[in-house]
Ligand binder design. Structure first.
Ligand code: AP5
Ligand code: MG
Length: 207
């Protein structure tokens, strides 16, 4: 199954995509994680993407479209994948049609005030993409999955989060209508615990 995870920053795309990846044995393709890995490795892509990400702006369409097209051509995507954070503009969705067939676009929905709470307490592993919230870490500072040190994302400051929400509303939210019209949209209200929301995600996917 080829799945898109839509949703505002902090909606839980990464959290649920990771769990689904293990359950379905298909890769999670997070453009945010790929771009952060490029920044860490100081590649040309990373250097050009850094200023957009740190400011909470979108990286230019042609850059992300190129990396996703290349990634989907790899062997491990043959049996399906979860796109986490792509597409984020109508232009990206149109380009995706040229190199992928999507089965479902899952929209993770929740109110803005919950988003701010979630993002301000988030800790991430830049090595394996593990995502945690300080409320459940009990003081732990390393990743449960790979042992790497957990860090706070640079774009999780209150001002940048607000800008990311504005950018989401202006540029990404129109994709909800777009995929509705394509007949691919399913919406999951993500107001519960991670386990409750995961169950709702799996139900929406008929798993
Ligand atoms: P990206 O990394 O995709 O960030 P985002 O869309 O802002 O989404 P987040 O990763 O912040 O949130 P999430 O939905 O994954 O939530 P999570 O599961 O972590 O993109 C970053 C940047 O890269 C962009 O701003 C842009 O610059 C660039 N970029 C990426 N893709 C691009 C594209 N296609 N085009 C152009 N530019 C692009 O959960 C959040 C927190 O909540 C965690 O701490 C988690 O533990 C916690 N949590 C989750 N669920 C629950 C729950 N039920 N209860 C309590 N806590 C919970
Ligand atoms: Mg994420």
């Amino acid at each position: 199954m080829n799945i898109i995870f839509l949703g505002a920053p902090g909606a839980g795309k990464g959290t649920h995509a990771q769990r689904l990846m293990h359950k379905m044995n298909i890769p999670q393709i997070s453009t945010g994680d790929m771009l952060r890995a490029a920044i860490k490795a100081e590649t040309e892509l990373g250097l050009s993407a850094k200023r957009y990400i740190d400011a909470g702006e979108l990286v230019p369409d042609e850059v992300v479209i190129g990396i996703v097209e290349e990634r989907l051509a790899q062997e491990d995507c043959k049996n399906g994948y979860i796109l986490d954070g792509f597409p984020r503009t109508v232009a990206q969705a149109e380009a995706l049609k040229g190199f992928a067939t999507i089965d479902v676009a899952l929209n993770l929905s929740l109110p803005d005030e919950m988003i701010i709470r979630r993002l301000s307490g988030r800790r991430v592993c830049l090595k394996c993409g593990g995502t945690y919230h300080i409320s459940s870490l009990n003081g732990r500072e390393d990743c449960e999955a790979c042992g790497d040190k957990l860090v706070q994302r640079k774009d999780d400051t209150p001002e940048t989060v607000q800008n990311r929400l504005n950018v989401y509303n202006a540029q990404t939210a129109p994709l909800i209508d777009y995929y509705e019209k394509e007949g691919l949209l399913k919406t999951v209200e993500c107001l519960g615990t991670v386990d409750e929301n995961q169950a709702a995600v799996e139900k929406a996917l008929n798993l």
